[in-house]
Design a protein around this ligand. Structure first.
Ligand code: GLY
Length: 355
């Protein structure tokens, strides 16, 4: 008999784990009342651990880089499995609009370089040569070649296709209690709902509003890569899509509220225009909000909390980025070993979670 596992939560993390486990011979049940409808649906799809690096955050950079390194193969397998093109960008460009931002970009470039990963500082002229549609206020750029972006909704489609093909049984219901699950092992991958099935998990919701823009005849082309920046201290990013641009994202701590506010949309539009002045000509196709499952130290929780239960949650702003390394690390835990590169995410750094 194959060993069996229940995966509780069908976002990008749960789907990735279910897929990898089924392919490794596990009998997998995936529980979610609405697969792929939470934070993974709202996401921008950036895979940018270098650009988000900062001195002192070595663990986040190591974990993120380990996952970035796995993304090309992980994505390729999904592309072949589902017959889609997932990748929408193969580099990212962070731009500075003032002197303080420019100083920050130099700090990131130097620190990330010191960790063995290469980033390039670009002058204002070089930035404009690369992305002519960016505004004249851009003073400096930081280019990360090899940082990727995917269409998150195609990713969810591909993962669903691949889990079904791998024989995963998808069960469309919410799990209120783990006690009723009869499989040998259980993995909790329920994002912001994780503490409701394993009380005490330090995961809290951080709301993010995001815009989906569509191109129209005659408008300036979308940037050729992910463009990131900071406007009035608010981070903003433009992620290219085949048919337009995704603009994200606000960050609010307001419980489980997922309503889109006028102020959030106003700020995103204004900040996006500061990066790309012609963006107002795009169609405003969709506004949405998701809840990021954040932890106190911004690293995910990946680890065993009992003989039968593993958690893989709390991915905060990095669920798409961290899917491949989380799937590998979780499969290792299910099979009685550990992935060294995921050590910093070990759930046991928070005491009293295991029972
Ligand atoms: N991953 C980007 C965000 O959470 O806004």
């Amino acid at each position: 008999m194959p060993r069996s596992v229940s995966v509780v939560g069908g976002g990008v993390i749960g789907l990735s784990i279910a897929w990898r486990a089924a392919r490794s011979g596990w009998s997998v049940r995936l529980y979610d009342p609405s697969i792929g409808s939470g934070a993974s649906w709202a996401a921008g799809g950036m895979i940018a651990p270098l650009s988000e690096g900062w001195p002192g955050e070595e663990s986040a950079l190591e974990l993120g880089s380990a996952s970035l390194d796995r993304w090309p193969e992980f994505g390729k397998e999904l592309e072949v499995g589902a017959g889609v093109d997932l990748f929408t960008s193969e580099s990212s460009l962070t731009v500075a609009l003032d002197g303080a931002d420019a100083e920050d970009l130099r700090t990131i470039a130097e620190w990330v370089g010191g960790q063995g990963r290469d980033m390039q500082i670009l002058s204002r002229t070089e930035v404009r040569e690369l992305e002519p549609m960016l505004g004249r206020g851009v003073r400096l750029g930081l280019l990360a070649i090899g940082e990727l972006a995917v269409d998150n909704r195609l990713l969810l489609h591909a993962l669903r296709q691949c889990v079904v093909d791998a024989g995963v049984e998808c069960i469309a219901r919410a799990v209120q209690s783990l006690e009723g699950l009869e499989t040998d092992q259980i993995v909790v991958t329920a994002g912001v709902a994780s503490p409701s099935v394993w009380p005490g998990l330090p995961v809290r919701p951080v709301k993010g509003e995001i815009l989906r823009l569509r191109s129209r005849p005659g408008v300036a082309p979308a940037p050729g890569r992910t463009v990131r920046g900071s406007v009035h201290g608010r981070p903003v990013y433009l992620v290219p899509r085949a048919d337009g641009i995704v603009v994200g994202a606000t960050q609010y701590e307001s419980g489980n509220d997922t309503q889109v506010t006028l102020a959030g949309v106003r700020d995103l539009i204004a900040d996006a225009e500061a990066l790309m002045p012609t963006i107002g000509e795009y169609e405003l196709h969709e506004v949405s909000a998701g809840l990021r499952p954040m932890t106190p130290d911004n690293l995910p929780l990946i680890g065993r909390v009992s003989d039968r239960i593993v958690v893989a949650t709390g991915h905060g702003r990095g669920g798409i980025l961290l899917a491949p390394v989380t799937a590998e690390a979780t499969l290792a835990l299910l099979e009685g070993s550990a992935l060294a590169e995921a050590k910093a995410a070990d759930v046991r750094r928070f005491e009293k979670l295991a029972r």
